[in-house]
Design a protein around this ligand. Sequence first.
Ligand code: AMP
Length: 434
Amino acid sequence: MSIQNIKGMRDHLPRAMLLRQYIVSTIQQISERYGFEPLQSPVVEYAELLEGKLGDDEKLIYRFADQGGRQLALRYDQTVPLARVVAQYAGQLALPWRRYAYGPSYRGERPARGRYREFYQFDADIVGSASPLADAEIVALLSDSLAALGFPDFVTLLNHRQLIGGIARVSGLDEAAAGSVYRAIDKFDKIGADGVREELLRSGVVPTAAAAILTLVQTEGEAGAVLNELAGHLASDERACAAIANLRAIIAALENLGISPARYTVAPRLARGLSYYTGLVFEAITPHWPEGSLLGGGRYDELIGQFAGRPIPTVGLAFGIDRLHDVMEQLNLGPRSNGTAVAFVTIFGPEQSAASMALAQALRKAGINTLLSLEPQISLGKQLKEADRRGARYALLLGPDELARGEVVLKDLRSGEQHSLERAQLIEVIRASA
Ligand code: AMP
C-alpha cells in the first residue's frame, strides 16, 4: 500500500493551517459585523438533490451508494445544501436571513494550482430578499474582507445574467442560441476573444452577429460608463434594460456603503458557469493571480423555490479559501507565524521543574499561549533553540538565583535582549507586546 493522500485533496501542515485559520477567522469576523449567522450542514446529501442544478458541471459530482444502496453525493458547493435547509426549516427561519457557512466541497475536476478536488469555501448569502441593497451588501462584505486580508489591488467584476442574453438577442439570435453564446463567453478568460469567436461560429452564429457580440461583451471602463455604453446598444431589449437598471441600483448602493469605485467594475464578458444564477453575477480577481477568480457569486432567485415551492430570492458568494491561501502565500500576505505559542517556559533542572510548571500555568491563566519544555535534562541552549523553532516570541528562564529573588528572566527571542522581572511585571510585558 502506498502512503499517499488522494490526488487533488490536500493535507495542510501547521504553518499552512495557521494562515488558513487567519483567512477564515478574518472573513467570519467581517461576516458577523454585517450581521450574518452561522449554519452547518452535512458534507453528504442525497445525489438527487444536487442533480439538475449545476449545468455542465454536474459530471463533476462525486457519487456513491451507501450500505443501504441509497444514492448519495458529496456536496459540490454549499449553495444547494442551503436551498435544502431553507425549504426544510421554513417555519424556523425568519426571512430575510443572512447566513454564513464554512466547510469542504468536492468536485472531480482535473487538479491544478488553485483547483482541487477537495476545497474549502466560506459562503455568505442573504436569503429572501430581492432588494439591490442585498446584492450591494454581499459585494461590500467581500470588498471589506479582501481588504482586511491585505489584498492590495483586487477588483470585483459585476455582470447580470440578462446582459449577455440581451447582447445575444440584439445581435439577432433567438433564446435557444443565447445559451450557446453564454457557454462560449464563459470561456473568454481561458480561450480569449478569438477562441470565443470560433466557438460562436461553430455553434452556428453568423459572423456579423459573432462580431457584434464580441464587441459588446468586451466593453470596459468605469462601471457607470460601461452601463451607459451598453444601455445605448441594448435599448430595444426590455430584459437587458431591466438588468442595467438593477446594476445601476446596486452600484448606487455600493457608493452609499462607501465602497471605493476602484474596487469594482461592470464586465459584460463575465458569465459564471453555474446555471442557477438569475441576476447579478460577480467574481473578484487580482492581477497577481491570472489563473482565475478569488471568489465568485451572484443572485439565484429560483433555486431555493425549486425546493421550497415558493419563490425565495437569494444572493450570495463563496470565498475559495484554497485560492486565497495560495495567492496569499505567493504574495507573502497574512501573519508569518511559525506556531501558536507566545511564551516558552524552560526548565533549568529537576529542582526548578515544579516552579517552571507553576509559571507556565500562571501564564496560561493570564491568557498567554505558553509551551512548557518537556525535557528538563537537556541543556538550556537546546531548550532555547526549541523555543525558537516553535515560533515563540519569548523564552522564560527560572534558575536558582531568580527563584530565590522571586523573579523570572524574560528573553526576547527576536531581539536577543533579556531582563530579570517580577511575575506581575512579566505578564504585563508579554501582554503589551502581543
Ligand atoms: P463556485 O462555487 O464555482 O462559484 O466557486 C466559488 C469559489 O470557490 C471560486 O471562486 C474559487 O475560489 C473556489 N473554487 C471553486 N472550485 C474550486 C476548486 N476546484 N478548487 C479550489 N477552489 C475552488
